[in-house]
Design a protein around this ligand. Structure first.
Ligand code: SF4
Ligand code: SF4
Length: 313
């Protein structure tokens, strides 16, 4: 299904959306909505008001709704299923249906590794993936691929993907050019007399991709490829799936941050489609066509590496 774009939620756009949703989820009784409830304090993530038009369509079509997110792997109330659920309810998401947060999974084989993918999503009649498009410190850009590639898996798989993209340093190959220092989005690399000194690593692989001497290589594979692989593996294991990207409040950082880092691009609109890669490609291209390389400027990554990787799959 080709991605469909709308600047606003016009009557025509919503009618077309409802038709497509009805076709894709034909025969479904209940739908699991995959979304990110946002880290407490974050002002740019999704809210009940932002998703209401889409939830209304699902309800008008007669589906029972479950709103689902996985547990995060860092220190947050969103790492605990009870607290995470209470938080989602406190934001008002309970008006749409049941809130379900857990780390239950089924193991599915990807191209680069196995992933523990949410069993709630895999066993769903249909999965409605609604994503906020914004920047991201590890992947430059975040949309539907990120929502599944990091958001549809357990804490263990989240950690494995980040570890898989973590640099491995071969000191003997290093020519001390200093390029890696300029490429770490999180400023974890400082050049010393003997070469780079690493203070930490979130596994984004950007230093590995740009090292001209082959002295830096990812543990398993480049982070963006792992992210795309995981999202594709999840998508391939869903019975029926539909995507909406909300390209508004485009922040520098992701919704996992208490502060999103500020707005970096003008609002664009909405995209829906049948694959994570289609809606992300459409979202990304529209932002970059109008505002230039915002993700490269803000996060040191072009941001479409994950989209290109998914397209190749
Ligand atoms: S980019 Fe590669 S060769 Fe250059 S300093 Fe960093 S590790 Fe060494
Ligand atoms: S640029 Fe290198 S050191 Fe910095 S987070 Fe990414 S992989 Fe780790």
């Amino acid at each position: 299904m080709v991605a469909v774009f709308g600047e606003e939620l016009s009557k025509e756009f919503l009618i077309k959306l409802k038709e497509r949703v009805g076709e894709v989820f034909s025969g479904c009784k209940s739908i699991v909505v995959k979304l990110h409830f946002g880290e407490p304090g974050n002002q740019t993530s999704l809210t009940p008001d932002k998703i209401r038009p889409f939830m209304d369509i699902l309800k008008e079509l007669g589906y029972d709704l479950v709103l689902y997110d996985s547990l995060v792997a860092y220190d947050s109330i969103r790492a605990d299923s009870v607290k995470h659920r209470e938080y989602a309810l406190s934001k008002g998401y309970g008006e749409f249906g049941e809130i379900r947060i857990n780390d239950d999974f089924a193991v599915k084989k990807g191209r680069y590794m196995d992933y523990e993918i949410s069993s709630d999503l895999i066993e769903a009649d249909g999965v409605f993936v609604i994503s906020h498009v914004k920047g991201h410190p590890c992947s430059g850009f975040g949309g539907a691929i990120k929502n599944l590639g990091m958001g549809a898996v357990t804490k263990k798989s989240k950690g494995a993907i980040h570890n898989g993209g973590h640099y491995e340093f071969n000191k003997s190959a290093c020519n001390k050019c200093g390029i890696c220092e300029t490429k770490c989005p999180l400023d974890f690399i400082k050049m010393g007399e003997d070469g780079p000194i690493f203070s930490d690593c979130y596994g984004c692989s950007n230093c590995c991709v740009h090292c001209p001497a082959g002295a830096l290589k990812p543990n398993v594979e480049v982070f963006d490829k792992l992210l795309a692989d995981c999202a594709k593996t999840a998508e391939d294991n869903f019975d029926k799936v539909f995507y909406v990207n909300i390209i508004k409040d485009i922040s520098k950082l992701c919704d996992c941050e208490a502060h999103g880092g500020g707005i970096i691009a003008e609002d664009v609109g909405f995209v829906f489609g049948g694959s994570a890669v289609d809606v992300d490609r459409e979202s990304y291209d529209r932002i970059v066509r109008r505002d230039g390389e915002v993700f490269l400027r803000e996060n040191k990554k072009k941001g479409d590496e994950q989209i290109l990787a998914f397209e190749k799959m």
